[in-house]
Structures are given as structure tokens and as C-alpha cells.
Write a protein that binds this ligand. Structure first.
Ligand code: ZN
Length: 453
């Protein structure tokens, strides 16, 4: 086994989690890391010219990102012409960067009892609402401002304890512990200030992005939990943070992508999608053409035609990474009898007979083979047969780009809480597995017969 440096991996993970209150920031942080490592940013609206041996990335809506490298391919010399360069297929890792939260409505100020100023918000995704109560919150996202040339997006994070959604005292809601139905419009509006400060939040945001309030045309602003990531447990076994689903997999994926040794003939692709929590059906979500468009443009830029593209898809493999449910200490019987993962016991392969998860025997076996090579533990998740599970982006993305796909994740507790728990070891395991994924080429010798080189 490796000597895993769990501490360093968790420190890096925490830096990423704390700096990524939502998808816009996750994408910006990863883009900055890629630029620092010499990657070139491509624009979907401009022509692409790719050079052998170089790394690239492209973003869509500032909230989804795809990064890839053009490896040496099978050319003997680095300056080989495009026509000589032949590639085998794509090794793809896909995950998501959005998490459930509350989004500010366009007219976000509401005065209550002529004394309080509240923010009018609506749900984004399916959060456990009660976990957002009684904890310091703030606002982050993007602001679209009017400039002399047109309109321009600017990211903003009001980096201070700004808001709170106070619980109702038990004296005024005696039945709260008997099961309470939270109402998003009545119960979940954060307290922002007194009625005397109307317009202040807009002023604060305008100042933060360096414009006059009148120049703000529109916003995508979300609440986020201010509590930073931490380690807990008598032997420091656990990590906790907001947004572990799915920033833990997003982080492990790009760290593994950056650290992987090159597979000579396959193109490593790291794919970070927005909007998984609301069904993936946006222009930048997993159901969109973003991945397909990107792969086709890579293929064309390498001077290849349609047949080469289809051959490449047959020789491609996708790891769809989204966190899974570990056995819960107070609800052990919610998990399957013997297909149930635990924290710190490795990467979870997810199965579902109705293909909510895409894993089949071939994809499962290929992934197990990679993990064996990486010397990392794997475990298994099935839902109880009498329980409906969630779905993820693997099967959705497969409608646009049909490649062999395994659905995996890291085991966690309290999924979609404002503060989730996972294991201290599992992120490092996934980093190692991703390194092996990207340093391997898959070749489909025939349907049902595959080699991993
Ligand atoms: Zn997820």
C-alpha cells in the first residue's frame, strides 16, 4: 500500500471547500489552478487550435468546466503534424459543483413587523431545511453589471457573518419535536437587518464588485453556511463541511487529473457540471451538449473525422463521481443488508438494477481493475430494495456521450445538510484512483473484450 498523506490532502480539500461557496467559485478556483499550471483557457465562441503536449480548459455559464490534455499521442517527435497524431479514446471523470442552497429572488427585500429586514429567497435543490437554521450565513454568487461596452459578470462573496434564519422558540411551537413541516416561504427567510437599512445589501454588493448600485442589472446570488470545514472524532476520523456533495469528488478529480502520469494515446478529460441538484437539464448541466461539443471539437482540432470520433468513444471510459450514503450510526437499518459502505473504507461503486446508476458488470470490473492498480479499497452501495434512491449524472450524461460508465462516490453522512460528514481517508483514495484512470488507456478489442494499458 501507499503511504497516503491524508493530512495534506485534507488541508488542500478544506482550502477548496472554504473558498467555494457555490458552483461559480468552484469553477473559478479550479480555473485559476489550471492557469497557474500552464493550461490555456479556450472559448466556445472562438476557433480552437490544439497543440500536442498542452493542456486546455473551457467553461460554460462560468459554472461548468471541462479540462483536458492533448498527450504526446503516438508521435515520435513532439512537433509531429496533426495528421500523424492518432489518439485512442477519452478517459473521462465527471462530477458536479453545485449544492443545495437558497437563492435570492430578484426583489429580495421584505420588511417584517415594520422593524425587520429579511431576504426573500427560494430553494435551490433538495436541502434538509432545518440544518440552515440558527447558524451564520452569507451571500455569494455572480452579479451582472452594465459597462460602457455591454454587460459583464463579476463574482462576489460577502465574506462575513451577514445573515441568520432564527428558529421559532419552542414556547411558540410546542410540537416542533413531534415532526415539523418547514415552509420555505414562511420559515426560511434569513434575517438581514432592521427595516431602516433597506437597500444596504445592494450597496454592499455593488461596492464589493466596484460599481454603482444602479449598474447592477441582474444577479445569481445564493446563501452559504459560514462554518468552515473541520476534522472531528476521538482519533480525528471524520471531516465535516458544507458542500462535501459533491465538492469532495470535484477536488479529488482535479487533483488526480493534475498529478496523473500521461497515458500515451488517450486524452484525459475532467468534467465539472453545474445544476445536478436541479435535474441537470440546463445548457451547462450533464444533460446538455457541453461534453459532446467539447469532445467533438477536440477530435476536429486533431484533424480527425466522424469515424475516428466514434472509434474513440468505443475506446473511452467515464467515471461519474458523486458522493454516496455511508451507513448512518443512528439509522443502521436504512442501509442495504450487505451492500453498504462505511466512512474511511474506500471508494463506493454504486449499483442499481433500473440503471439510475450506470454501473454494469463491465464498467464495475474495469473500475475495480483500476483501483487494484492504484492499491485503494473499494466498497459497494445498493439501495434497500424497498427504498427509492437518488440519481446522479452518469446516466444523464450518457444520453449525449454514450461511453462505458461507472457510477462511484465517496461515502458520507447527512447528504444535503448544510454541514455534512465524511471520512478523513477517502479523498486521498480517490485521488490515487483518478491518477491511475488518467494514466491508463482502454481499448475495446471486441464488444465484451477490453484491454487496459
Ligand atoms: Zn451529488
Amino acid at each position: 500500500m501507499h503511504n497516503f498523506d491524508f493530512n495534506t490532502v485534507n488541508e488542500e480539500l478544506f482550502t477548496f471547500l472554504n473558498a467555494s461557496p457555490n458552483s461559480f467559485f468552484a469553477v473559478a478556483n479550479i480555473a485559476n489552478t489550471l492557469i497557474a499550471q500552464g493550461y490555456t483557457q479556450l472559448s466556445e465562441g472562438k476557433p480552437w487550435q490544439l497543440e500536442i503536449g498542452k493542456g486546455y480548459f473551457v467553461t460554460r455559464n462560468e459554472s461548468s468546466l471541462i479540462a483536458f490534455r492533448v498527450p504526446a499521442l503516438n508521435c515520435e517527435i513532439a512537433e509531429a503534424s496533426k495528421a500523424e497524431a492518432n489518439y485512442n479514446g477519452f478517459q473521462i471523470y465527471a462530477c458536479h459543483c453545485d449544492s443545495p442552497s437558497f437563492k435570492l429572488k430578484y426583489n429580495w427585500e421584505i420588511v417584517a413587523a415594520q422593524k425587520y429586514l429579511k431576504l426573500n429567497v427560494e430553494k435551490y435543490g433538495g436541502m434538509i431545511m432545518s440544518t440552515w437554521l440558527d447558524r451564520p450565513l452569507s451571500v455569494a454568487g455572480r452579479v451582472i453589471v452594465e459597462t460602457e461596452k455591454g454587460v459583464e459578470s463579476r463574482l462576489v462573496n460577502i465574506d462575513k457573518d451577514l445573515l441568520m434564519i432564527p428558529s421559532l422558540a419552542i414556547h411558540m411551537n410546542r410540537d416542533v419535536n413531534e415532526g415539523y413541516k418547514w415552509n420555505a416561504q414562511n420559515d426560511m427567510l434569513p434575517l438581514c437587518g432592521s427595516n431602516l437599512v433597506q437597500g444596504d445589501l445592494k450597496n454592499i454588493i455593488a461596492e464589493a464588485v466596484g460599481v454603482e448600485p444602479k449598474d447592477i442589472l441582474d444577479t445569481d446570488l445564493f446563501l452559504y453556511n459560514r462554518m468552515p470545514a473541520t476534522i472531528y472524532g476521538v482519533e480525528k476520523e471524520f471531516i465535516a463541511s458544507g458542500r462535501l456533495d459533491d465538492l469532495q469528488c470535484a477536488f479529488a478529480g482535479y487533483k488526480g487529473f493534475l498529478e496523473a502520469e500521461e497515458a500515451p494515446n488517450s486524452i484525459p478529460v475532467y468534467c465539472l457540471y453545474d445544476n445536478e441538484e436541479v435535474g441537470s437539464g440546463t445548457k451547462q448541466g450533464a444533460a446538455s451538449t457541453f461534453l459532446k461539443d467539447t469532445l467533438q471539437r477536440i477530435n476536429s482540432a486533431l484533424g480527425k473525422g466522424q469515424e475516428q470520433y466514434l472509434m474513440a468513444l468505443a475506446n473511452s471510459f467515464m467515471v461519474s463521481a458523486d458522493n454516496g450514503h455511508a451507513v448512518h450510526p443512528n439509522n443502521v437499518d436504512k442501509s442495504d443488508a450487505n451492500n453498504r459502505p462505511f466512512l474511511n473504507e474506500g471508494i463506493v461503486i454504486k449499483y442499481s438494477a433500473n440503471q439510475k446508476y450506470t454501473t454494469d458488470a463491465v464498467a464495475g470490473a474495469l473500475f475495480r481493475s483500476l483501483c487494484k492498480k492504484a492499491e485503494v479499497p473499494v466498497q459497494v452501495f445498493h439501495n434497500r430494495s424497498d427504498m427509492l434512491g437518488g440519481s446522479t449524472l452518469g446516466n444523464i450524461s450518457g444520453n449525449q456521450v454514450a461511453v462505458k460508465t461507472v457510477d462511484i462516490g465517496l461515502p458520507q453522512l447527512a447528504m444535503h445538510s448544510a454541514y455534512e460528514t465524511a471520512g478523513v481517508k477517502d479523498t486521498a483514495y480517490l485521488v490515487e484512483a483518478v491518477k491511475v484512470l488518467f494514466s491508463t488507456s482502454l481499448v475495446e478489442e471486441a464488444d465484451g473484450k477490453y484491454s487496459l494499458k
